[in-house]
Ligand binder design. Structure first.
Ligand SMILES: Nc1ncnc2c1ncn2[C@@H]1O[C@H](COP(=O)(O)OP(=O)(O)OP(=O)(O)O)[C@@H](O)[C@H]1O
Ligand SMILES: [Zn+2]
Length: 721
């Protein structure tokens, strides 16, 4: 009698044992199908001694059904999955699931049928067919995906197949990707770039754990440097994973990659079509996918032969996942490199303090690129004190910034205005009775979006049309917008510079690759004079004729529930400032603020990065904040406020009394209501010596809560809302 232990992809089931025939060995890491009641489930064969399960007698075991025709998950990846679950206090199965691409991909290769336009042009068309013809140019996908893309029913498309407007194509799921050529277009590197690149190239050859911080100013050519390491991995036939913080950045990145290596890399993100996902995953596990570019979800994939990891814009907080498994992809990437024995490059112009600290301690090797490529200078940064240089009434841009915008427009140069706030106005109220529009599901004001004429909650997605009259007092035409969002700034620019061509860049307008691609093409061809955007435009872009950057409200980021508010503000402004003057013409940055004396603003104005890091380091040391101490949050939520409160109190009441751990709360979370759930929060501040995770587990595991209560642990939290 032989048995295997399975980690099942379902947190409620966890670990189950099954029977295998005598003499058959199934390697650890194999992905298998097994029966559960009348259903079939998937699991990974795991070392039994590493997973505790309920002991089931041999006689009761059911047999495994099938080993999926994919390579077993490597031991290194299994150890990484265990480490992640352990460190972030997350269910093992939830972490393991992130390694899985799609269930379909496990079923082996084969073919699938996709459809595309035939090019036939019928004389008469129904409006729906016309819309489909328009939307599906250049597309090829399943009927379902095309229907979604075109916004028509599947029936309409099937009719079009019958009418010869769409044709079926058979695609091989395992068709290879065109190979990237390491020497396709090798740039001539500057001496500084060359020596940095050489270090990385050697590290790839060495194939050992080697973490690097590539600390280069904006426009120094960090990408070109790490591309040399990518080229070396390609020559050695090893895979490369490049993590980017946001999908919005990939469009630009794909083109740069193609320019350098002749083909686009393989994309991995949550909105891939299912056929693309299946093909990519299969190529990744078989080692046929060479370079994979993705958001954090690409981190746990079962690469067959990984040789290098790059985390670009490594300081970005979007590497921290705030739902499901609350992990930081930057930190787990370093662990993956460690388990796999690989070099990893964290690239940033504004590294996180934690990363800097590790570099200073010698854990990471720091490689510097202190100047811009091609002799470009870093921009000149000026502070505009809004208390002295007040904008006109009802306006948000101070006179010197308006002047500077006029000047650039006259010279045919580009400007960028940065305000990290979507929509038209963050708060709408009634002039007559003071009524404020609030989200019914969240502790948040509704944000007016004037282009879509709606009030929206940025937390839960609740939306309502802007009413004609106040819902409270019934007065008509009485709503006032308070404060600016980017849409309002765009309006202001249109008023003061009516002839300027503007582009609004937010996640509302740039929500698909085409829109982003069009924006970049227009900006590059100088069809845009003024870009107005949120944090989406602060990083990655390179527009040589952009010479002015205006920061509309530098104080905004210092408010709110960001634990690293000072650092965030510094990074965002330094990054957006870094978009100015990247070509031949020098750049200028104007920062509007009411607190020019704040240490962050002063450091930015003086271009004194070291002063900022030094001040921030001291502040964190005093507060016992990371990297000197550790934080964790426990968030308790329920649709029933009393139930949530009593669960939070039960947790607070059993808090361990330890010398190296301070427990604060429970208190209502700043977002006391989120998506209809009432939330209470406990904060833990621990010394580095504390056994934080172990303590949390032995504290929370014995507690029982009603079904409607959710208790989430957030280790190393970023947001305290
Ligand atoms: N050796 C080189 N030869 C030719 N062009 C280069 C070279 N190095 C950098 N460049 C160009 O200079 C520009 C800036 O480089 P890159 O975008 O890599 O900088 P970066 O350090 O990533 O900046 P940021 O942090 O601001 O995104 C790019 O257009 C890049 O193609
Ligand atoms: Zn809401």
């Amino acid at each position: 009698m032989q048995r295997v232990r399975l980690l099942v992809f379902n947190a409620a089931l966890g670990v189950l044992d099954y029977r295998v025939p005598q003499g058959v060995t199934i390697p650890f890491g194999s992905i298998v199908a097994a029966p559960l009641g009348p259903r079939q489930i998937l699991g990974i064969v795991w070392e039994a001694e590493r997973l505790s399960a309920q002991e089931v007698p041999d006689a009761k075991l059911r047999p495994l059904l099938e080993v999926m025709p994919v390579p077993p998950m490597s031991e290194r990846l299994r150890r990484l999955i265990e480490w992640t679950a352990d460190y972030y206090c997350a269910p093992l199965s939830a972490v393991a699931r992130m390694a899985l691409g799609s269930t379909a991909a496990l079923r082996g290769g084969g073919t699938s049928t996709e459809y595309r336009l035939t090019g036939a042009e019928p004389a008469r068309l129904t409006p729906q067919r016309a819309a489909a013809l328009d939307a599906l140019q250049g597309e090829q996908a399943s009927i379902r995906e095309l229907a979604e893309l075109a916004g028509v029913s599947e029936g309409v498309l099937r009719g079009m197949v019958g009418a010869g407007l769409l044709e079926a194509v058979t695609v091989d799921l395992d068709r290879p990707y065109p190979p990237a050529a390491p020497d396709f277009a090798q740039p001539v590197l500057s001496d500084l770039q060359r020596s940095a690149a050489d270090v990385f190239v050697h590290a790839v050859q060495d194939a050992r754990f080697a973490p690097f911080l590539l600390d280069g100013v904006t426009g120094s050519g960090k990408t070109e440097c790490y591309f040399e390491a990518v080229a070396e991995a390609l020559r050695l036939d090893r895979q490369v994973l490049i993590l980017l913080p946001e999908i919005a950045l990939t469009e630009n990145f794909l083109r740069r990659f193609e320019h350098r290596f002749g083909v686009t890399p393989i994309l991995w993100h949550s909105s891939l079509k299912s056929s693309e996902r299946r093909r990519a995953w299969r190529a990744i596990v078989q080692g046929n996918a060479q370079v994979i570019v993705g958001a954090r979800s690409a981190l746990f994939l079962p690469y067959a032969n990984l040789g290098l990891i790059v985390v670009d814009e490594a300081h970005e907080i979007s590497f921290k996942q705030d739902d499901g498994v609350r992990y930081n992809a930057r930190d787990v990437a370093v662990m993956r490199a460690k388990f796999e024995g690989l070099p990893i490059i964290l690239a940033s112009a504004t590294p996180a303090l934690e990363t800097m600290q590790l570099a200073e301690a010698g854990v990471y090797r720091k490689i510097d690129l202190p100047s811009r490529f091609g002799g470009a200078q870093l921009p000149d940064i000026q502070v505009l004190d809004l208390r002295e240089q007040a904008p006109e009434r009802g306006r948000w841009l101070a006179p010197p910034l308006v002047e500077a915008l006029r000047d650039r427009l006259a010279k045919g140069e580009q400007s960028l205005l940065f305000l990290n706030r979507r929509g038209y106005a963050p708060l709408t109220l009634c002039r007559n009775c003071g009524y404020r529009f609030q989200c019914p599901n969240c502790t948040a004001w509704l944000v007016e979006h004037r282009f879509s004429r709606r009030l929206a909650c940025h937390h839960c997605g609740h939306e309502a049309p802007v009413p004609d009259a106040c819902p409270e007092c019934g007065t008509g035409d009485c709503l006032v917008a308070c404060g600016p969002g980017v849409e309002r700034i765009a309006d202001e620019v249109a008023e003061i510079l009516p002839e300027a061509r503007t582009a609004l860049v937010t996640s509302d307008t740039m929500n698909n690759p085409q829109a982003i691609g069009e924006f970049v093409a227009m900006a590059e061809s100088k069809a845009i004079d003024v870009i107005i955007g949120t944090q989406l435009v602060t990083k990655g872009y390179h527009f040589p004729d952009l010479t002015l950057v205006g920061v509309v409200d530098a104080d905004l980021g210092l408010e709110g529930g960001d634990l690293r508010a000072g650092e965030r503000t510094y990074q965002q402004i330094a990054q957006v400032a870094g978009r100015a003057g990247r070509g031949e013409k020098p750049g200028e940055v104007l920062i509007q603020t009411r607190h020019p004396e704040a240490s962050v603003i002063a450091a930015l104005a003086n271009g004194d990065r070291d002063a900022f890091y030094a001040a921030e380091t001291e502040a964190r040391r005093d507060a016992g904040a990371p990297p000197f101490g550790r934080w964790a949050a426990i968030i308790v939520s329920s649709e029933d406020q009393a139930e949530a409160l009593s669960a939070a109190r039960a947790i607070g009441g059993t808090a361990p009394d330890l010398p190296d751990m301070l427990v604060l709360g429970p208190a209502p979370a700043p977002l006391a209501l989120l998506r209809g759930r009432h939330r209470f929060r406990l904060l833990i501040n621990a010394r580095r010596s504390a056994e934080l995770q172990k303590t949390l587990r032995s504290w929370l595991d014995p507690l029982d809560f009603p079904k409607g209560v959710r208790v989430n642990i957030d280790i190393d939290p970023y947001s305290f809302v």
